[in-house]
Design a binder for this molecule. Structure first.
Ligand SMILES: C[S@@+](CC[C@H](N)C(=O)[O-])C[C@H]1O[C@@H](n2cnc3c(N)ncnc32)[C@H](O)[C@@H]1O
Length: 232
């Protein structure tokens, strides 16, 4: 699963340029029997199998160093977001624990994980896809990973809001036109237009983000949002 991002795109380029390094280790390599078992039944009953703490510990210790910051991927963790990605991008060494089955024995998590993170309110079969999401979004904040053309500064969440809709050629797409102001060359007007679009989109799709920045909005911005919310 991890080979794909090593081969193509922004992450592959970052690895090639020695900006980040990505290694994967396989839990079964640390198993203590010839059948390579890494799991056992949940004590106290219940569905699924639990990943053994002693085997996972050996795997962690095989790569950990004094700079390691250990992230456990779990649906019951704190929901991952751009702010957390930025903070994690400053760590020298991350270890991402990818669960399978019913996840890791809780004692391993308590002993080793610095943080438990979820990528959303849904359950996947393993922690590999969530890890890939973290690797991609965290790497975007590592200096040099994105070229000037691709700056993360204008991305959604950077100023607390979703990014304004984007347009390119052709100018007419099935009769839908690009907003005229974007052709005006008037940067002040364009940025005011984009800010309003951001407010509208965020108010519609992510009222939680608007509420968390309410105090920082101008009176005019609050009234735009209130109108949207009133109109349903
Ligand atoms: C089937 S899930 C285990 C779900 C667990 N029994 C629960 O209900 O919380 C197996 C593994 O997938 C990963 N996983 C699944 N959904 C995830 C999510 N939304 N965020 C982060 N990791 C997730 C975790 O590493 C987890 O240990």
């Amino acid at each position: 699963m991890f080979e794909t991002i090593k081969k193509e795109g922004v992450i592959a380029r970052a690895i090639k340029n020695n900006l980040i390094q990505l290694d994967t280790i396989f839990l079964r390599d640390f198993a203590d029997n010839s059948r390579k078992n890494v799991d056992n039944h949940p004590i106290g009953g219940g569905d699924g199998m639990v990943l053994r703490a002693d085997i996972a510990e050996k795997a962690i210790l095989s790569v950990a160093n004094e700079n390691s910051f250990i992230v456990n991927l779990t649906p019951s963790g704190k929901v991952f977001n751009s702010k957390i990605a930025k903070k994690l991008s400053q760590k020298k060494h991350l270890i991402l624990l990818c669960g399978r089955y019913a996840g890791f024995d809780q004692r391993l998590i308590e002993k080793y994980a610095h943080i438990n993170l979820s990528i959303g309110d849904f359950v996947l079969s393993g922690g590999e896809l969530p890890s890939l999401c973290l690797i991609d979004s965290i790497s975007r904040f590592v200096p040099g990973v994105l070229g000037n053309q691709e700056s993360a500064l204008n991305d959604s969440f950077e100023d607390g809001l979703l990014e304004a809709p984007q347009y390119t050629h052709p100018e007419d797409f099935h009769g839908q036109e690009i907003p005229k102001v974007l052709f005006s060359g008037d940067h002040k007007k364009i940025s005011a237009f984009k800010r309003k679009e951001q407010l509208i989109l965020t108010a519609q799709n992510r009222p939680d983000l608007i509420l968390s920045m309410w105090e920082n909005l101008s009176r005019q911005e609050k009234s735009i949002i209130e109108k949207i919310w009133k109109s349903g």
